[in-house]
Design a protein around this ligand. Sequence first.
Ligand SMILES: Cc1cc2nc3c(=O)[nH]c(=O)nc-3n(C[C@H](O)[C@H](O)[C@H](O)COP(=O)(O)OP(=O)(O)OC[C@H]3O[C@@H](n4cnc5c(N)ncnc54)[C@H](O)[C@@H]3O)c2cc1C
Length: 492
Amino acid sequence: MNSKKKIDVALVGGGIMSATLGTFLKLLKPELTIEVFERLEGTALESSNPWNNAGTGHAALCELNYMPDSKDGSLPNPAKAVAINEQFQLSRQFWSYLVENQILKSPSTFINATPHMTFVRGAKDVDYLRRRFEALKTQPLFAGIEYSEDPKQIAEWAPLLIKGRTADEPIAATRINSGTDVDFGAITNQLFEYLAKNGVAVHTASEVTDLVRDRDNSWNIKVKNTATSSTEYLNSKFVFVGAGGWALKLLQKSGIAEAKGYGTFPVGGQWLRTDNPKIVAQHKAKVYSQASVGAPPMSVPHLDTRVVNGKPSLLFGPYATANPKFLKNGSIFDLPASLRPANLIPYLAVGLTNFSLVQYLVGELLKTKSRKFQSLQEFMPSAKAEDWQLLNAGQRAQVIKKDSVKGGVLQFGTEVITARDGSISGLLGASPGASTAVHVMLQVLERSFASEFSSWKKQISKMIPSFGTKLSDDPKKAAASLASTAKTLNLN
Ligand SMILES: Cc1cc2nc3c(=O)[nH]c(=O)nc-3n(C[C@H](O)[C@H](O)[C@H](O)COP(=O)(O)OP(=O)(O)OC[C@H]3O[C@@H](n4cnc5c(N)ncnc54)[C@H](O)[C@@H]3O)c2cc1C
């Protein structure tokens, strides 16, 4: 890097968000000079790494938090679940385009067909799951969803849920075959490989430590080489802060008004994992269940097939852990260092009004390994401790934001923060996460490249045929899109 080099686009962070945005920009405007800065020694080592996230292609097929129960026993509202599914279809279509154009490699290196199931116990949740099924079965993007209360049928779908189950209680499950397991790390690394081959400099061990706006609204960027501690400066017309849990820190440094009042609530995680081929061979599904009282939505337990580097394993969790770091490789001072006069009230309000969450996190923290193992046995009664190891997952950095009524609220979605002039954008939050990287990066393009975006729409529609429309409004189009992406991505 030359000092004060001038570039068009600086992507801070080597995760799936920067990789997706960089790929869009390379395809839409190849002449842009783009550079990537990642503080760690490689790309996809934080949340986008396959062992740091659950690899669920979130399409709301099985996650109950996207479709909470109605208050009066009527059919729950499917609107949010349908919207999440629509967003995932954008990813399926874009990844299909990238496979067809040899930008992503063979689909099995990053996506695998894995039925998505929901499994519940007890009369109340059985009733809810039945009504959820009734509300979804006519939705075009949920075509093929099945429901059963019969242990024999559920055992056919997922034998490990039933084997050894003695409790005499009502159970129910739904299953849908269009679900996926995704290696978001593989997608990230393959996209950065493509970018590097096409003139994008991907700098690793390069931490962006400061961002200062120049008089022409471009950004002066300070980059520290974490291996040599040397520092370099460059100037970029546009900056994307794809720094995961550290995005708030850089947005605060930039001084943009739009980032004021935001905070970050970190939730750590752990999994139980088995690679024992005899057990792995008995389960091919992602099975989600109901969250414990007070649990954040992303801490809903699930028993998952994971395929990483072509090798299947089973993962159970996540168990939430209390950890003040905003990144797995972050600092214990991340939380105190993020405090500002503008976000003190939101932080305090969230601390005071989320008592059940705080209680839940303390409870999780006090759980011994054997208590954690009991949660797995509630799912898989035949599980034996010697087959499973407890591993650390990635850090979730949830958004805390101002609220005119409550002072501050904890938000479990993602939020794009963009300066009024569009010259800097950053992403806060972690859910639905990597699955919706395409949807979220389209928002960044629309806000930060506003003058060019309308002229790009035709090209974007070639990459993502349903862009700007709703598949759920048109059963034929929904079926055609699911079938064609399944064919290209080998998901049949
Ligand atoms: C436990 C867990 C389970 C999850 N499960 C799922 C799931 O099943 N499905 C799903 O879709 N999503 C899931 N997610 C969310 C998903 O992993 C994230 O939303 C996604 O990976 C975020 O990508 P990113 O590029 O924003 O961040 P990251 O992948 O975290 O990348 C950010 C990068 O920025 C770098 N960085 C930070 N600061 C700087 C700096 N100053 N200079 C240079 N580099 C910097 C970091 O080192 C890091 O590599 C899960 C997350 C967690 C933690």
